[in-house]
Ligand binder design. Structure first.
Ligand code: DAH
Length: 340
């Protein structure tokens, strides 16, 4: 008995392998039901008296050592043990990790906000569900104006006095109602229009509204502020032009265009062959609007402007379809990684 235990113990101690099959063969030979160690236990059962007392412990130790050894070797063969370190290719590049990225709409919105903050504008926000007063009436929309039509506006079913705001100009009204001039504020936010979704338009998009009210604000102030913005955003040599336009809440009203150039086919498409990009609507706040918001038009004047963030993001990043901005396809969004 003693000899057999010793011999097997020596075998267990000297055995080593990284091959799963070899380890398994070894296990079967020693530990399976018909293996050498269970056979020794059978022999042990036949012993009596002193012998039984003498060999119980070493036999159990042998079994435990054999089991331990096999576990250890198996772990190594699985690749989780230290023996296996040399099986890994330590020069292989780690799998790529993609942290979150800023959405292009937010990148552009934040840049617009920063540009106006640098010249003393603060940021204000208003509710997305608006009442008729702030979205239309106070902004001098005549009662029968087509923009109030069901087709353009999402009304709230529970209360037809409420609608999803169609523009961030509603925040102008709130800013004038809540503050004394001078008021210099920009209002970024989501707006909603009941329009068919296409490559060029969506029923949800973002605008940034601007408002400046003080004594003796003139159209020259507006023009200079917009030129500053265009040069910060589009580049130092940027040229702008103001085309006469119409909005109920400004008089006079204008559209600001930025000169983009007409060098290639993309420029033709983007500028409809004119070389000019339409960037925003603007004008001098209509005296009726000032009055509606509790300001005396004899004392105060001001300008306002409003631009669509998606449109500017599409121009900046050459995005051909507005729907890309809302689908959140990771392959699209990851392209803005470096712009963080
Ligand atoms: N609210 C206009 C729109 O949704 C944009 C706009 C035009 C805002 C002229 C203004 C403005 O403040 O003066 O298209």
């Amino acid at each position: 008995m003693e000899e057999k235990i010793k011999a097997l113990l020596a075998e267990v101690e000297s055995f080593s392998s990284q091959d799963t099959k070899e380890i398994e063969t070894f296990r079967i030979r020693l530990l399976s039901r018909k293996g050498l160690i269970p056979a020794l236990f059978d022999e042990f059962k036949q012993l009596e008296g002193d012998d039984k007392r003498k060999y119980g412990k070493p036999l159990n130790e042998l079994k435990q050592k054999a089991q331990g050894k096999i576990e250890e070797l198996k772990a190594g063969a699985d690749g989780s043990g230290q023996h296996q370190a040399n099986r890994f290719d330590l020069t292989r590049p780690a799998p790529g990790q993609f942290p979150g990225t800023r959405h292009p709409v937010n990148l552009v919105k934040n840049e617009i906000i920063d540009i106006f903050k640098r010249i003393g504008f603060n940021v204000s926000e208003g509710p997305e569900i608006e009442d008729d007063w702030h979205n239309f009436t106070a902004l001098n929309f005549p009662e029968e104006h087509p923009a109030r039509d069901m087709q353009d506006t999402f009304f709230v079913a529970r209360n037809p006095e409420w609608a999803l705001r169609t523009h961030t100009s509603s925040v102008q009204v709130r800013a004038m109602e809540a503050n004394k001039p001078p008021i210099r504020t920009i209002s970024p936010g989501r707006v909603f229009r009941n329009e068919a979704i296409s490559a060029r338009s969506h029923c949800i998009f973002h605008q940034v509204e601007g408002l400046y009210i003080d004594k003796k604000v003139s159209f020259a102030d507006l023009k200079q502020t917009l030129l500053y913005f265009a040069r910060e955003f589009f580049g130092a040599d940027t040229k702008i032009r103001l085309r006469p336009s119409y909005f109920p809440f400004t008089e006079p009203s204008a559209e600001m265009d930025v000169y983009w150039g007409l060098k290639d086919e993309v420029d033709y498409r983007m500028t409809k062959g004119t070389g000019w990009l339409e960037v925003m609507g603007c004008g001098m706040v209509d005296p009726n609007v000032l009055e509606n918001c509790g300001l005396n038009p004899e004392e105060y004047s001001g300008y306002a402007f409003g631009m669509g963030v998606e449109r500017i993001a599409m121009q900046r990043y050459q995005i051909s379809d507005i729907r890309y901005l809302f689908e959140n396809d990771i392959r699209f969004l990851q392209q803005f990684q470096s712009a963080l």
